[in-house]
Structure formats: C-alpha cells, structure tokens
Write a protein that binds this ligand. Structure first.
Ligand SMILES: Nc1ncnc2c1ncn2[C@@H]1O[C@H](COP(=O)(O)OP(=O)(O)O)[C@@H](O)[C@H]1O
Ligand SMILES: [Mg+2]
Length: 274
C-alpha cells in the first residue's frame, strides 16, 4: 500500500456554502503502480481529491498516510514539501500552469524548483521533452503559441521532469483532438509501464476506461463505486457516469458483455458471426 485516506473530510471555507463538505468521510487506499480513473459529475469532489493528494490543501479532519508519513490538518509546510516531491500535477487548464517565456524554460523551472542546478535542469528538461514528443524546434517558442494538446504535453513534461512516483492529471484530454489524445495515451501508458502510479480525473470515459485498472466514481463528495471498469460498467448505469459508447452499443444490439474499447467490441461481434 502506498497512500491511505482515513476518514478524510474537506470543507471549503466559503460564505456561500457554509458547512457543505466537498469530501465527506473518505477512506480509501491507493496502491503503488495503479492506473486509476476518477469520474463523477461536476462538483462531486474530484479536483478537491487531487489537491489533497498533492498536499495543496489539507484534510479538515481525518488523515492521509503517504508511504508512512501521516498528513493532517496541522502538518507543517516542511513535511508537505517532502510529500509533494513525489507528485507531478497536471492542472485542468495548462495555460494556468505554464508561465515561463519559452517551452524549455517552463520545464527547466520545474527541475530548478527541485534543487537541480541550471545545467542539470536543462539536461533533464530536454530529455523529458524529447520523450514526450515535443520537438526541438518548439523549445524556444512561447507556450502560449502552442495548441492545447502541445500545451498539455509541456505541462506533463514539467510534471514528469522530477520523476515523480505519482502523476495526477485533471481532465487531461479536454480540448484535445483524437490525434493529440492518442499521443497522450501513449505517454501515460509509457510512464505507467515504467512504474509510475497514475491518477486521472476525466469525463472522457471512452478514452480512459480501456487503459485503467480501477475506476473510482464520486457523488457529492463520497465514493459510490470503486472497482475495475469492466465490473463498474457491467452494472446498470446511473446518472453519475455514462458508460463507454462501446458498452452502450453492445447493449443496443443485445450483447451482455462489457467491451471497453472498439477492439474488444469488434472481437465480440466477430465471435457472433463465426
Ligand atoms: N474554492 C472553492 N471554494 C468553495 N467551494 C468550492 C471551491 N472549489 C470547489 N468547491 C466546491 O466543492 C465541491 C467539489 O468541487 P470540486 O472538487 O471542484 O469538484 P469536481 O472537480 O468534481 O467538479 C463543489 O460543491 C464545489 O462547489
Ligand atoms: Mg474538477
């Protein structure tokens, strides 16, 4: 086990929503090496969950055990910094995360922040940009001239440059075309195979469900399902989450199975025709 939430509550101190829990008595474990999809309607607590994982916010009550380091409401910044080093966070809107004059500067900045000297930071930034498929001719460009897909890749490079154990992504495919999504999936798969634990919040069930080992569905700050995606989508659906379109299609033609991808669906149909 790597991370354990024990009865975690989170309450935003907002005069508009007095005493409304964004996360309510959350207990769960995340194991090292998992690839997890977090889904649920807008406002169900997904982003709050990621921010707690990255220790950007602290539990109002309860505690989180990060590989033996307990974090609670009174944990000092020094300890939080130590925990945070294990995480790379890709925000929902990469344009809010990126701010340096050039692509290379931005990724270097993340490495400098972790105590690398300029030469090391530059070397690591170039390595990760190459791995992620941002070509050298873009390194001196302003990040704000890039497409959404490329911007998100730069944000991912910044998150990965310090080789975090955990990669957190908030709506990583939003605003991306199929081609850019495909690249992103390859990148996530690659880092997952290298041993990273990945937690992705997404509405894009079609894209992510075939990849992940586990899906966690939130409703109003609570977990309502936590299982592998085949199990989750084999059940009758509720309003919280749409099944992948391949599952809906399979149902519409009377199949009882739960194909999560076009390939799986094609195999099923072929089997009937044989
Ligand atoms: N900064 C904030 N101040 C007050 N309430 C917030 C804030 N951010 C989120 N909330 C509330 O917390 C709940 C969960 O929000 P969030 O974690 O952003 O959900 P999701 O990412 O699933 O859309 C919502 O009811 C939302 O209105
Ligand atoms: Mg959100």
């Amino acid at each position: 086990m790597a991370i354990e939430f024990k009865q975690v509550n989170y309450l935003y101190k907002s005069f508009l929503h007095e005493n409304s829990f964004s996360l309510n008595n959350l207990s769960l474990s995340i194991n090292s090496g998992e690839f997890i999809l977090v889904a649920g309607q807008t406002g169900s607590g997904k982003t709050t969950f990621l921010r707690l994982l990255d220790t950007l916010i602290l539990p109002s009550n309860g505690e989180i055990n990060f590989d033996g380091q307990i974090i609670n409401n009174s944990s000092p910044e020094k300890i939080l910094m130590k925990v945070r080093r294990n995480f790379g966070f890709v925000f929902q809107f990469p344009q809010r995360q990126l701010f340096s004059p050039t692509v290379l500067d931005d990724v270097e900045f993340a490495a400098l922040n972790f105590g690398n000297n300029k030469a090391e930071a530059s070397k690591k930034a170039k390595e990760v940009l190459k791995q992620i498929g941002i070509e050298e001719d873009l390194w001196e460009h302003s990040v704000f001239n890039l497409s959404v897909g490329q911007m998100r890749k730069v944000a991912i490079a910044g998150a990965l440059v310090n080789q975090p154990k955990y990669l957190l992504l908030d709506e990583p495919t939003s605003g991306m075309d199929e081609y850019a999504k495909n690249d992103l999936l390859k990148i996530l798969n690659y880092f997952h195979e290298q041993g990273a634990t990945i937690i992705a919040v997404s509405h894009d069930i079609n894209t992510l469900a075939p990849l992940v080992d586990r899906a966690i569905i939130f409703r109003r700050g609570k977990i309502i399902s936590d299982n592998n995606p085949t199990k989750i989508f084999s059940k009758p659906m509720n309003a919280d989450i749409q099944p992948p379109s391949t599952v809906s299609f399979a149902r519409s033609i009377g199949l009882k199975s739960t194909p999560l991808s076009i390939d799986e669906l094609a195999d099923e149909i072929e089997a009937i025709n044989e």
